[in-house]
Design a binder for this molecule. Structure first.
Ligand SMILES: C[S@@+](CC[C@H](N)C(=O)[O-])C[C@H]1O[C@@H](n2cnc3c(N)ncnc32)[C@H](O)[C@@H]1O
Length: 266
């Protein structure tokens, strides 16, 4: 909800529970074909994707799983660089777009969540596009970490990012006036309750309108790292932005590379 010329990609979020909503209630963005169709155009030039591509190369991850792979932006780039890739995504609308993109046949697509991944397969699991903020309490966070760990070989890695909760970035998302997207306009209402932020977005494309809603968690650093430790991960490296700077109190992101600890750790 920045006043950016296009909808910033952090707008493009919606919860999986939106799939069953009745008419008149807010939709899940990712389940609306007309909105999801413009996800890639509204997400052009993201700095996180080259960061994760470099990371996968640097740690020589042969097999990568992308949890919440969306339209497959990262999956297809990884596959083009020779990685074996599985993209897992709960929203069929997003998965259908991913499957139709050039290079999609080089990726194995799974309709589901982290619990649907094959066990002991990957050298690296990633959650990009702040997917890690969809897990709305400690229990859900521990569950996705446990499922991610199960998909990894012993000693393999998990990488993801979470917005620095202390910066309250969500305050910049609300807008009185609609902002431009690649296909129309969007205006957002934002509400916080504890560490949960719900944004309701009003989209217009030509003569059509939709309202979408989703809730994201802004966990504390302690919440994030306690979950990792209790599910058998060791934080190996961390960065505060996509240029690779260290984390400071003013860093926009907490980007974490964690390793699935083995018997010899700790
Ligand atoms: C902001 S998009 C990010 C997509 C992609 N990772 C990217 O970086 O472009 C968030 C994605 O997470 C998916 N998602 C939502 N809840 C999820 C869950 N519990 N498990 C896995 N994916 C989920 C959504 O359907 C959506 O495709």
């Amino acid at each position: 909800m920045n006043r950016a010329p296009r909808a910033p990609w952090h707008l493009a979020r919606a919860t999986i529970d939106g799939m069953q909503r009745s008419a008149g209630e807010p939709h899940n963005f990712y389940a609306v074909p007309e909105l999801a169709a413009h996800y890639d155009a509204d997400n052009a030039g993201r700095p996180d994707l080259p960061f994760y591509l470099r990371l996968a190369g640097r740690i020589a991850a042969r097999r990568v799983v992308d949890i919440g792979s969306g339209t497959g932006l990262l999956c297809r780039s990884l596959a083009a660089r020779g990685h074996e890739v599985i993209g897992v995504e709960p929203q069929l609308t997003m998965l259908d777009i991913a499957r139709r993109r050039p290079g999609a046949s080089e990726v194995a697509w799974v309709h589901g969540t982290a619990g649907d991944l094959p066990a002991g397969w990957a050298d690296l699991a990633v959650m990009t596009g702040h997917v890690a903020q969809y897990f709305l309490d400690d229990e859900a966070w521990r569950l996705v970490l446990t499922q991610s760990r199960r998909s990894l070989r012993p000693g393999a890695h998990l990488a993801f990012e979470i917005r620095n909760a202390s910066l309250d970035e969500w305050r910049t998302w609300a807008s009185d006036e609609p902002g431009a997207t690649s296909a129309g306009t969007v205006r957002a209402d934002v509400h916080r309750a504890g560490d949960l932020v719900t944004h309701t977005d009003h989209w217009v494309q030509h003569d059509r309108e939709w309202t979408t809603r989703e809730t994201l968690r802004f966990p504390s650093w302690e919440d994030v790292t306690r979950g990792l430790a209790t599910t058998g991960f060791v934080v190996e490296e961390s960065w505060g932005d996509w240029t690779g700077e260290p984390i400071t109190p003013r860093s926009p992101e907490w980007i974490i590379l964690a390793r699935a600890a083995g018997a010899g750790d700790g």
